[in-house]
Design a binder for this molecule. Structure first.
Ligand SMILES: [Zn+2]
Ligand SMILES: [Zn+2]
Length: 286
């Protein structure tokens, strides 16, 4: 077989691995009990192959100072990246599994990249590729902030990885907060100036924004439908409690809670807890 050295991308989860002559044997993200390998088997691709297939990136303003980056046709689970403007450059959240020169130019036009953060290991996409496209004066890539408790899930380690404890302000008013739950290092990004100054959280699936924009959920696995234990939920809610926010932006286009998000989270957690614990429920009546 010819040498096809490339940084291979899993077609199911859109995560990218370090360059190797042949695709990896397995995707450890997809083989984890929170994910799955398709019945048709593991499939790999590369940026070059995706480009040849006509894949492209587009962007759209979600609210002032916040843009989404979307890959078409959909790749992996089709999540969006979110770019938060700051005076020091953009913070890219949950990069998708593809990037092209157009997307890089768009970020450059908005002031370059301060760094990249992610909600959890499922939504890293081509994170290291973004980092490499924005080198600093020393030639190191843009910082990739990763909660220490997810360090073992960093698929492409390197000098640009910055391990974070529980809370780190990445730029004034833009703060990475580890919540745990879905993964031990699951996090949200708090943007104080968003929602007209009332604050917003970028949540990935640390909180899953549900259809209707008035509910969220909290799961160990969404595709495998594994619930989150109550003490994990408590830990997550404790991490969110100090944050001022009125809006949530989830992992997909349109998955937003536009207003009253603190109340939405509180009501959703109460409903979830009621069914998780079975309190006040009767299997012969409900
Ligand atoms: Zn995978
Ligand atoms: Zn996930």
């Amino acid at each position: 077989m010819a040498d096809r050295t490339a940084a291979w991308i899993c077609r199911t989860c859109a995560n990218q691995y370090p360059p190797t002559p042949q695709p990896p044997d397995r995707c450890r993200i997809c083989e984890d009990d929170r994910q799955y390998v398709p019945a048709s088997g593991q499939e790999w691709t590369t940026l070059a192959e995706l480009a040849a297939e006509g894949t492209r990136t587009s962007w759209r303003e979600v609210e002032p100072g916040l843009h989404e980056l979307v890959v078409t046709p959909s790749l992996g689970i089709g999540h969006r990246g979110l770019l938060v403007d700051t005076p020091a450059g953009g913070v890219l959240w949950d990069p998708p599994g593809y990037l092209d020169d157009g997307a890089v130019a768009f970020v450059q036009q908005r002031g370059g990249l301060l760094g990249i953060a992610r909600s959890h290991p499922h939504l890293c996409g081509v994170l290291a590729e973004w980092s490499a496209r924005f080198p600093d004066a020393q030639g190191a890539g843009a910082p990739m902030w990763v909660p220490r408790r997810d360090a073992r899930w960093v698929l492409r380690p390197g000098a640009a990885v910055r391990e974070v404890e529980d809370v780190l302000e990445l730029a004034p008013g833009v703060t990475l907060v580890r919540c745990g739950g879905h993964f031990a290092g699951s996090a949200v990004l708090h943007v104080a100036a968003a929602a007209g100054g009332r604050g917003a959280l970028l949540v990935g699936d640390t909180l899953m924004v549900l259809p209707g924009g008035r509910r969220v959920s909290f799961m160990r696995s969404y595709p495998m439908l594994l619930p989150l234990p109550e003490r994990y939920l408590d830990r997550l809610l404790t991490a969110l409690d100090p944050l001022a926010y009125d809006r949530l932006h989830g992992a997909w286009t349109g998955s937003d809670v536009p207003a009253d998000a603190r109340q939405v989270v509180a009501d959703s957690a109460a409903l979830y807890r009621r069914w998780l614990t079975g309190a006040a429920a009767d299997p012969d009546q409900d």
